[in-house]
Design a protein around this ligand. Structure first.
Ligand SMILES: CC(C)(COP(=O)(O)OP(=O)(O)OC[C@H]1O[C@@H](n2cnc3c(N)ncnc32)[C@H](O)[C@@H]1OP(=O)(O)O)[C@@H](O)C(=O)NCCC(=O)NCCS
Length: 151
């Protein structure tokens, strides 16, 4: 599997993937453009012949902490280890750059994502009431989760 950096030229394909991957609240082109500019060189993709089929985007929130802004895999390509591989890639870079932890927020009713994060060693640290503006399965609540990279 080939993992490449995302560039501004990927915007159209990323919007397409967001719309396929998220049933509620996909990022718009403007939101993605902004998030990409904030993430600097910490945005990665996997492609097939035509489309981006998986991506991850992270943003430094301090010198020691990296926040996962988004991760998504095309529904047709789920369960094949793509998200896991993208996380491993970003974690390796985070370690090289001296980050102490990776944090993220996830909807309370997103068992696929919570399953992924727990498998990767993330722990729930906070319950965020009404964190999201739109409901999914009747809830706007989220968990904050964290993985420490050094003890
Ligand atoms: C969450 C998501 C990114 C997982 O992508 P994926 O490529 O299918 O995940 P992987 O194949 O790398 O799975 C890695 C681990 O995650 C967990 N996992 C994946 N799918 C799961 C599911 N349906 N239920 C429970 N755990 C699951 C498993 O522990 C799995 O390890 P295993 O295969 O050894 O059991 C994908 O379902 C997705 O894009 N969902 C919609 C977008 C989204 O919700 N993003 C997260 C926003 S916070």
């Amino acid at each position: 599997m080939k993992i490449d950096r995302i560039t501004d030229d990927d915007l159209r394909k990323l919007v397409k993937l967001e719309e396929r991957a998220f049933t509620v609240g996909p990022y718009s082109a403007d939101m993605l453009r902004y998030a990409l500019s904030e993430s600097g060189d910490m945005a990665f993709k996997v492609e097939d012949e035509e489309n981006i089929i998986a991506y991850i985007m992270a943003c430094p929130v301090s010198d020691s902490s990296l926040d996962i802004e988004s991760v998504a895999v095309d529904p047709e390509y789920r369960g094949k280890g793509l998200a896991k591989a993208l996380f491993q890639h970003i974690e390796d870079i985070a370690k090289q750059r001296g980050y102490e932890k990776i944090v993220l927020e996830v909807r309370e009713h997103n068992p696929e994502a919570i399953g992924l994060y727990e498998k990767l060693g993330f722990k729930k640290t906070e319950f965020l009431k009404n964190y999201y503006s739109e409901k999914l399965n009747g809830s706007r609540n989220a968990f904050r989760m964290e993985k420490r990279l050094i003890e």
